[in-house]
Design a protein. Structure first.
Length: 231
């Protein structure tokens, strides 16, 4: 009899224990679910914020600072660079205005390159004047004179005095017009601006020469007097 009651009590206690454990697990699951659920949305009235709580940058757009005015006047745009005289000569030659191109070269004397360009232009005019022997002879004489003048001013021989472009500009170039350069006395061998085609024409027109000299040697006294004031 005692054993029966012991069994009954044990069964009852076991049932109570099982029920308690089940209840504990149920409560633990409900607690975990409640923690994992998102919070409910706030009411519209609760999310309203007073203007005092809004930062100044959010209330109104930032006004850009006014540009600083300079006390000095704005600099004018740079003036376009003038064309190089060689470019202007080339443009005139391309357009066929050889006389104007030659005049432009004369404005740049005593520059060696200006004498060179002038000789090139005269050479072109000579080729275009083959039908007129008189005009061709006059152009050839002008070419020879320019080549001799350029050599007189820019003589590079060892014994010659060498002058800078600035020193040469101090000379009165108009005085060179009174000089006469003799083809028979100077020839062409020392004239650096004379080309082979020029020599053929000169020999055909004026004959061959047997002596060649420098323009400064030909007019030595005149040249020394002409350049005595150069420092």
């Amino acid at each position: 009899m005692i054993a029966f009651f012991s069994i009954v009590i044990t069964v009852v206690l076991l049932g109570i224990t099982v029920y308690g454990l089940h209840r504990y697990q149920t409560m633990e699951v409900e607690y975990t679910v409640d923690r994992s659920m998102p919070l409910p949305p706030l009411d519209d009235e609760l999310v309203q914020v007073s203007p005092e709580q809004v930062p100044r940058q959010a209330q109104e757009p930032e006004t850009p600072p006014a540009p600083r005015l300079s006390a000095s006047k704005p600099e004018p745009p740079p003036e376009p660079r003038s064309e190089n005289w060689l470019e202007r000569v080339a443009a005139l030659k391309k357009s066929g205005d050889m006389d104007q191109a030659l005049a432009l070269c004369e404005d740049e004397f005593p520059l060696w390159g200006a004498y060179n360009q002038a000789c090139i232009i005269l050479r072109t005019q000579i080729r275009n004047a083959t039908a007129d022997s008189t005009h061709e002879n006059a152009l050839l004489g002008r070419l020879y004179r320019l080549a001799a003048t350029a050599e007189l001013l820019h003589d590079k021989s060892p014994q010659a005095a060498h002058y800078t472009q600035t020193q040469l500009k101090e000379l009165d170039l108009t005085a060179l017009k009174e000089l006469e350069f003799s083809y028979d006395a100077i020839g062409y061998a020392h004239l650096r601006l004379i080309r082979k085609s020029d020599i053929k024409l000169m020999q055909a027109r004026w004959g061959k020469v047997h002596e060649h000299g420098l323009p400064r040697d030909y007019c030595q006294d005149w040249w020394e007097s002409f350049t005595r004031h150069i420092v």
